[in-house]
Write a protein that binds this ligand. Structure first.
Ligand code: GLC
Length: 426
């Protein structure tokens, strides 16, 4: 399927890991899987999940202030607890099994759309609570996979496979995905948990065909295996950008869900770096927050989202609708390029001192300004011989033209960007 144009233009999405794991503030699903707490104790959190201050409109307004164009909410994580009133047999849900007692997805989708944001749902293929889940084994178990404390949680014991139970499990998963797609027509489905079975076992083709029949424009992430539309690097900007569309998912602190003791929040300045490095290499940033069990987002995470949003608002021309900028080596920092390929946006971290330089640029330069303040900067070229272009030197901006997090310099080119990529020999 050709990529929906809204996705590469969006640049920023907000990932929301919201579930019963916020009650005790433990790792989402993994707390019992990895044996950090007994399963019974983990499931006691069902009794404490109230969503008592859940206000998806305030989430949507915050995400819009952050500069995001879409959001992805954990409709169901590996623990199997759905955030909606699923009718699929054998599943847990916050509607039936927690004091929250209501569907949390409908309000979320409406609230995002009111703010002009695209609607995404995270959904785990695996369900470590469903009675039929541990009925088959992966045909080629990968010894490098996450450590498994109790194998029975994720696969059948050797020799005890039950294909009929696995078919029931797939029917359950497909029914849940059908509920999500037919009720909300999501713009994006963000799958996870695919590593526990093969593409054939998951019935990926059948599921993808069914999703696209109900929601033909839905974007699917790479955890739909061969039917995914974009790559999903996690927690670190790739050194080599993936070849097609991609999205970096990144936590604001170190945890996907709410964990009270985790105060290792990235600063606004660090988030601006992650963001500009990601979009400069052609990706989107999916920045994750973990609301508390009552549905509120902590002040620490709120401030970071708002701080990033302030920076984006001052530099929106260099963000939305741009494409990847210069490959490494031409400029010492990330950059983006306007859709018409005639304006380069150079990001400068810290205060540039004397000059900002660009190497390997064949175009003549019409004008150089500081984005946001409009200050015009002097520039000239030195050197160059035959086909090897000289160096473009831009006078460093000063004073009020330097942004506290990252200054963006707009370089208007004669014609479309034309780079020299050779070795310098004639
Ligand atoms: C990691 C975490 C998982 C989280 C996911 C998001 O795989 O283990 O809990 O949902 O990242 O990509």
């Amino acid at each position: 399927m050709p990529m929906q144009p809204w996705f590469p233009d969006a640049k920023l999405g907000i990932f929301v890991h919201y579930g019963i794991y916020a009650v005790d503030g433990v790792p989402e699903s993994w707390a019992f899987y990895l044996g950090q707490m007994p399963r019974e104790e983990y499931m006691k959190q069902l009794g404490g999940f109230t969503a008592s201050a859940y206000d998806p409109r305030s989430w949507a307004r915050l995400f819009a202030r952050a500069g995001a164009r879409y959001a992805v909410l954990t409709a169901r994580h590996h623990d199997g607890v759905a955030l909606w009133d699923t009718a699929a047999p054998g599943g847990l849900s916050v509607v039936r099994d927690t004091p929250a007692g209501r569907d949390l997805l409908a309000g979320y989708a409406d609230a995002l759309r009111e703010e002009g944001l695209k609607v995404g749902f995270y959904y785990s293929h695996s369900d470590w609570s469903h009675p039929d889940y541990a009925s088959v084994r992966h045909p080629e178990p990968d010894p490098g996979q996450a450590p498994v404390n109790d194998n029975r949680l994720s696969s059948a014991a050797p020799g005890a496979e039950d294909p009929a139970a696995w078919r029931r499990y797939l029917a359950y998963r497909n029914a849940q995905v059908r509920e999500l797609t037919t009720r909300h027509r999501p713009d994006l489905l963000w799958f996870d948990g695919e590593w526990e079975r093969s593409e054939e076992q998951w019935g990926i083709d059948e599921l993808a065909d069914e999703i696209l029949a109900a929601a033909p424009d839905a974007v699917l992430n790479a955890r739909m295996l061969s039917r995914g539309d974009y790559a999903t690097p996690e927690q670190g900007v790739p050194m080599q950008p993936p070849s097609g569309p991609w999205e970096l998912c990144l936590t604001v602190n170190d945890s996907w869900g709410y964990q009270a003791q985790d105060d290792r929040h990235k600063s606004v300045g660090q988030l601006v770096r992650y963001f500009t490095e990601t979009i400069g290499a052609g990706g989107n940033l999916l920045l994750d927050v973990g609301p508390r069990e009552d549905g509120t987002i902590t002040p620490e995470q709120t401030e970071r989202l708002e701080g990033l949003g302030d920076w984006i608002r001052r530099h929106s021309e260099a963000v939305y609708g741009t494409v990847a900028g210069l490959p490494a080596g031409h400029h010492y920092g990330p950059s983006t390029l306007s859709a018409d390929r005639r304006t380069l946006y150079l990001t400068c971290f810290d205060a540039p001192r004397e000059t900002v330089s660009v190497r390997g640029l064949r175009n003549a330069v019409r004008r150089v300004t500081v984005l946001g303040t409009g200050a015009e900067l002097g520039h000239h070229v030195t050197g160059g011989l035959h086909e090897v272009p000289g160096v473009l030197w831009i006078d460093a901006p000063g004073g009020g033209d330097v942004d506290p997090h990252a200054t963006v310099i707009a370089v208007e080119l004669e014609g479309e960007l034309d780079l020299y990529r050779g070795t310098g020999r004639d």
